[in-house]
Write a protein that binds this ligand. Sequence first.
Ligand SMILES: [Zn+2]
Ligand SMILES: [Zn+2]
Length: 180
Amino acid sequence: MGVKVLWDQQSPPGIQLPVCRNIAMILDIPVDLAESPILIDGYDRGRNQHDARTILDRLQNTFIRRYEIRDPVLLVVPRDLYVNGCDFVFGLARPSGGAAVVSTARFENAYYGRMESDDDLIDRTAKEGAHEIGHLLGLDHCESVECVMFRPSTLAELDRKKKMLCPACRQALLQRQGRE
Ligand SMILES: [Zn+2]
Ligand SMILES: [Zn+2]
């Protein structure tokens, strides 16, 4: 069992491989990278954001079902995302459909008026990508602030997380996968 990462053509170029390597390391699972064929819709003009649920609907209906994908799929998009009731989300997972999406929009230092850094962008995309895939693999949110499964509300909380699962989440993942 592995996971599939689909990279939107407009997502930041040149960082796909390090992001996937980091996700593979965090979750200790093989990661397969491909260019995304998914059209990103769900744009809300008033919010200037995309509805993460609409993107997941399309990912499920046009890719996962059509190609009968059984592994978890993470779509990486450059567009800022929301779900009803939240100002924004870094990403969203739908475990029942095996589908997740993560946005790089708020992982860029430029979004906060800071100097660009590929290392920061790679770290954040890998942590939140691994977080959403963690949900697809059956993990819940974690109280440990340094664990990848902690739910960050701010960039500072995201940056405080380490690129790893805490021992409890690692154990839970192993049990889920029947590796223990
Ligand atoms: Zn979460
Ligand atoms: Zn944890």
